[in-house]
Every structure is written in C-alpha cells, then in structure tokens.
Design a protein around this ligand. Structure first.
Ligand SMILES: CC(C)(COP(=O)(O)OP(=O)(O)OC[C@H]1O[C@@H](n2cnc3c(N)ncnc32)[C@H](O)[C@@H]1OP(=O)(O)O)[C@@H](O)C(=O)NCCC(=O)NCCS
Length: 158
C-alpha cells in the first residue's frame, strides 16, 4: 500500500469530520470521554495536518499559534493499525517544516508521560513538574526550531 499522503486542511475541508473521528477514536474514546470532548475552542485558528490513506484520515497533528513566535502542538494521533511505522514522526517533522516556513521558532506540548520518548526522539525536552490532564499523567515538553534557511552567500571582502 502507498504511504499516507500528508496535507494541511481547515475545518471547512471535507476531510475534517474524518479527522475528528480519528481524534475521537484514538484520544478520547479509550478514556471513556464523549465526542463532545474532541474539539477545542481554537479549532479554526489552528493548523491541522492530516495523513490520508484513500478516503480515510489515519493520522493527524494540530498546532495552535499562541503568539508570532510559537504555540502548542496538540491532538497527535495515529490510527492503531499504523502505529509504530514512522507516521507519527513524519507528521511532526512535516508540521515543524511548515512552522519554520511561517517563521515560528518555538513549539510546546503536553505529552502523555508514556509517550515522552516519542517526542524526545524528535528533539523535544521535558520541563517543569509532572501534571495530570484528563486523568492521565503528563509532562510539559518544548523544542526550539532551528532555522531551515540556508546561510546566504558570503558578503564580498572589502
Ligand atoms: C504516540 C503516537 C502519535 C506515535 O506515532 P507512531 O506513528 O506510532 O510513532 P512512530 O512510528 O513515528 O515512532 C517514532 C519513534 O518514536 C518511538 N515511539 C513511538 N511511540 C512510542 C512510545 N509510546 N514510547 C516510546 N517510544 C515510542 C518509536 O519507537 C520510534 O522510534 P525510532 O525512531 O527509534 O524507530 C501514536 O502511537 C499514537 O497515536 N498513540 C496514541 C495516542 C497518543 O498517545 N498520542 C499522543 C498524545 S501526547
């Protein structure tokens, strides 16, 4: 099967209901939470990167810009049958590439404690005290995005 295609969508996109369904199945249903717990007040202001396989959304990651420099990565999910095959990492790398292109330099996130090694492999570092969110232990993590812009030509010697 061909690898999933990654694309940025917005809440008016026909794939958005599929994205919400994935988020519900992977991030909310296992915790006994209702569908109403899936959406955030800032859906429309967030970047939505989804992985599409055929007509199905099989992965997603979102980013909420909090100021002109940075924001929060959230709703990271890969469908169970494709977990452990590199899709989650592909999504984060592609999101970061777009964030650099848009001039963002900082990303932070609330990592479920058991997923901290996934983000560490991607260059994120734990900071602050452990905390609980939706009954699960979490850690704050963050990363500074190095500029992807190559240095320009050296200025001619005087
Ligand atoms: C966490 C999640 C997004 C990772 O996506 P994935 O596609 O399964 O991960 P990848 O295959 O891209 O893994 C990339 C690397 O992280 C490692 N990794 C992934 N999940 C891990 C975990 N839970 N614990 C430790 N390492 C993990 C992989 O082994 C891999 O390591 P490698 O580079 O040495 O091969 C996915 O498993 C998922 O949706 N889990 C359930 C929802 C969830 O917990 N979301 C995060 C909320 S904070």
């Amino acid at each position: 099967m061909t690898p999933p295609e990654l694309l940025f969508i917005h809440p008016e996109h026909p794939l958005y209901p599929e994205e919400l369904e994935l988020r519900f199945r992977v991030l909310r249903e296992p915790l006994g939470l209702p569908r109403s717990a899936v959406t955030f007040p800032f859906e429309a202001q967030s970047l939505h990167l989804v992985a599409r396989q055929g007509s199905a959304v099989v992965g997603c990651v979102l980013f909420h810009p909090e100021d002109t420099h940075g924001g929060r990565l959230f709703q990271m999910a890969v469908t169970p049958t494709l977990q452990g095959q590199g899709l989650g990492a592909r999504l984060v790398v592609a999101l970061e590439e777009e964030l650099r292109r848009r001039g963002f330099t900082h990303v932070h996130l609330h990592a479920r404690s058991q997923v901290v090694p996934f983000y560490e492999r991607l260059g994120y570092a734990v900071y602050g005290e452990p905390f609980e969110e939706r009954t699960l232990p979490h850690r704050h993590m963050r990363k500074t995005l190095a500029s992807s812009i190559l240095p320009g030509p050296r200025s001619p010697e005087a």
